[in-house]
Design a protein around this ligand. Structure first.
Ligand SMILES: [Mn+2]
Length: 338
């Protein structure tokens, strides 16, 4: 807090393709610092968040949200010219992709607030990183509870901040289905007691998708999923199908979790075509490491049971036509060694 009150220009940033936790934590911190007197405050996003998460940041003045993909020079200048930058929900600068070099070179003091494995500690002046916690939003919540002037009273958090933190935690825990710890329930309890409308948030986060999502899911489960013999599942979504179903960023959120509903399936991989590569989501049940699988086969990592990565064309495979075969091969090999 002392660093924040001394700084004249503050930037708050997060990972590329921001999810609910990324937007929840950055928005929560923004409104907290604003309410407690910080004037020059900007949120810098490498890329835009999906429409279904817009409600989290609806109360943030649009001139204070800079998106690299819309205004690259402004985003880079803001990172280079601030005195303090908060990095939320990522463990290493390369997770911001476009902002990596600016973060490396910026003379600003850097504070990490995160919950991923293996934070790149040497790059930060201050590190708040916990692994056994639901979300970056939760890490931030506990920091704010310990701030002078708050003294563990969640009712003193600005309303926008409280709502954003609750939303971030809800998305990262899939509404308390995973990564939920005693501290997570303490957070939820305090925020609900302070007036956060949980029902409204759950409605917006989990029950506000478009109809196309349901139809696409039906197709994927029926025709685009392979269940391996040894406890794995692989789902593949190509560009052509995405166009046909008008798939937007965020529409496929949570698909990777669905195969884990089956008793015998302990590892699920979702492969989605992207520019010149495929993005990969990996989820596992306790006892199987999604992180190890994503690290070994998909140039990625993240959390023990929820990780991500990519398949590169043509380094790994020529293109999407080979994605299912490749995914299944990796899953079978990985699980056979467990
Ligand atoms: Mn997170």
């Amino acid at each position: 807090m002392k660093m924040a009150s001394d700084a004249s220009r503050i930037a708050i940033t997060t990972h590329i393709k921001p999810d609910g936790d990324a937007i929840g934590s950055t928005t929560g911190l923004y409104h907290f610092l604003k309410a407690y007197g910080c004037r020059s405050l900007k949120i810098v996003l490498p890329s835009m968040y999906p429409d279904n998460l817009a409600f989290i940041s609806a109360g943030t003045p649009s001139e204070d949200v800079i998106v690299y993909e819309n205004t690259p020079d402004k985003a880079i200048d803001t990172i280079r010219n601030c005195d303090l930058v908060f990095c939320l929900d990522f463990n290493a600068f390369n997770r911001t992709e476009y902002l990596e070099t600016a973060l490396e070179q910026s003379p600003a003091a850097k504070i990490l607030i995160d919950h991923h494995l293996h934070p790149d500690r040497s790059k930060f002046d201050e590190v708040f990183s916990e692994i056994e916690i639901s979300s970056a939003s939760e890490v931030l919540f506990h920091i704010l509870m310990n701030c002078p002037g708050i003294n563990d009273d969640a009712a003193l958090l600005p309303r926008e901040c409280a709502n954003a933190l609750y939303s971030g935690m809800t998305t990262d825990t899939n509404n308390f289905r995973n990564s939920t710890y005693p501290s997570t329930l303490v957070m939820a309890s305090k925020l609900i007691a302070a007036g956060v409308d949980r029902d409204a948030i759950v409605e917006k986060v989990m029950h506000s998708y478009r109809e196309n999502r349901l139809k696409l899911l039906g197709l994927l489960l029926k025709d685009r999923m392979t269940i391996t013999g040894n406890g794995g599942a692989c789902m593949v979504l190509d560009k052509e199908t995405m166009l046909k179903y008008d798939v937007k960023e965020g529409d496929t959120e949570g698909f990777v979790n669905i195969p884990l509903d089956v008793a015998d399936i302990r590892l699920s991989v979702f492969i989605k075509e992207d520019q010149g590569k495929a993005r990969v989501s990996v989820r596992s049940k306790k006892g199987t490491s999604a992180n190890k699988c994503a690290t070994r086969y998909f140039h990625g990592g993240g959390h023990e049971n929820a990780s991500g990565g990519k398949i590169l064309f043509p380094d790994d495979i020529p293109g999407m036509d080979q994605a299912m075969g490749y995914g299944v091969k990796c899953i079978e090999e990985f699980l056979s060694e467990q």
